[in-house]
Design a protein around this ligand. Structure first.
Ligand code: NAD
Length: 352
């Protein structure tokens, strides 16, 4: 495995590997870019099929964090870490302490946060070994579940996308959610409250049942959700929902959801453009959590301030949509372009 020649390497500033035999920790920390501030990104624990799959994941995700924070207008760089292992079977206090030590060895170049496979309690254990855990305010306080604020940002993203595409609000708009877990549930509630008709599918029967019973969401079969006859598709499960197999059958005219890496490959963004589908770039839409974490790292606990910042996601999308209309480029390409401009210092901030 040659790291420098890796297709996702993209000039990472630092990639660190840890193999701690005593605890069983096998982990990678990737710092993509720290131009705007220390690299902050979640710590994912997953039973990767191979070490190279873990490396690809951490490189792709850390680059995504650079772009996400740049377009969110926060002074953070992009980084990510992965622990190779099954969070249900392999996680132990000793392993988490070793991960905390690994993070600490980088002296704040990388700040961690919870992600898929890790939670608030895990962050607290890592925090025994390092202050570089997001949400640490007084040395022992850690941020809570970021899903509600992420969902609020996605909601504002859906509102802005629907306004741009259909020149309407959400009343009577039909929206399909692939995945109705933590973010999906909070998002669905806000969509229903705004008068939208919400459909959803989830591989977890308990999650779909909760949404049907508590929110009046309409259940669709898993295999029909991406091709549902709706106005908006909101991928809120895993990455790669928009791929060579699914793209032809998508009927929605807007895609705006919480999942990271929704486009299986970059050219899917161009294909969506050609099909007349307005794509709200994932890392713009799902930045609510990182914005909240940023305020925590600054010791600011002012809900109104955080909400107001998250609401700017809608303005950022408008800027992207307008430039995409003017240039004929895919919205995903424009978002990357704008992020690069911010990193180069050509644009001060996206949506002040
Ligand atoms: P979650 O695990 O709580 O929810 C995901 C849901 O998707 C689960 O209910 C799961 O059963 C379901 N699911 C998985 N595969 C599916 C499939 N093939 N079809 C239908 N449903 C499927 O996770 P979450 O915190 O709600 O995050 C959702 C997405 O948003 C993830 O991609 C995550 O990386 C991204 N995201 C989350 C946050 C956050 O604050 N939680 C922030 C940014 C991005």
């Amino acid at each position: 495995m040659n790291v420098f020649d890796h297709p996702d390497f993209d000039h990472h500033e630092l990639v660190a590997f840890k193999d701690d035999q005593a605890s069983g920790l096998k982990a990678i920390i990737a710092v993509h870019n720290s131009t705007l501030g220390p690299a902050l990104g979640g710590c994912r624990m997953f039973s990767y099929a191979s070490n190279s799959e873990a490396l690809s994941d951490v490189l792709r995700l850390s680059r995504g964090m650079t772009y996400k924070s740049a377009l969110a207008g926060i002074a953070l760089g992009g980084g990510k870490s992965v622990i190779i292992g099954n969070p249900q079977q392999d996680k132990s206090r000793q392993l988490l302490l070793a991960m905390g030590g690994f993070i600490n060895s980088l002296s704040g170049t990388y700040i961690t946060a919870e992600d898929s496979g890790t939670g608030v309690a895990d962050m607290a254990v890592m925090g025994e070994k390092t202050p570089y855990v997001s949400g640490v305010i007084s040395g022992e306080e850690h941020g809570g579940d970021p899903s509600p604020i992420t969902a609020y940002g996605v909601y504002r993203g859906v509102v802005a996308s629907v306004a741009h595409k259909f020149k309407s609000d959400l009343k009577g708009v039909r929206i399909a959610l692939q995945g109705i877990g933590n973010v999906g549930f909070h998002l669905a509630r806000q969509l229903v409250e705004s008068g939208a008709t919400v459909y959803a599918a989830d591989i977890n029967p308990a999650n779909i049942q909760r949404a049907v019973n508590q929110l009046g969401v309409i259940e669709l079969p898993l295999e029909d959700i991406l091709s549902a006859d709706v106005d908006v598709l909101a991928p809120c499960a895993l990455g790669g929902a928009i791929n060579i197999n699914s793209i032809e059958s998508i009927k929605a005219k807007v895609i705006a959801g919480a999942a990271n890496n929704q486009l299986a490959t970059a050219d899917m963004g161009d294909a969506l453009k050609q099909k007349g589908i307005l794509y709200a770039p994932d890392y713009v839409v799902n930045a609510g959590g990182i914005i909240d974490v940023y305020y925590q790292t600054q010791g600011i606990r002012d809900r109104k301030k955080v909400d107001a910042h998250v609401e700017r996601i809608g303005d950022t999308l408008k800027t992207i949509f307008t430039r995409a209309d003017q240039t004929g480029s895919a919205t995903s390409r424009i978002a990357d372009e704008l992020a690069e401009e911010i990193l180069a210092g050509d644009v001060k901030e996206m949506s002040a």
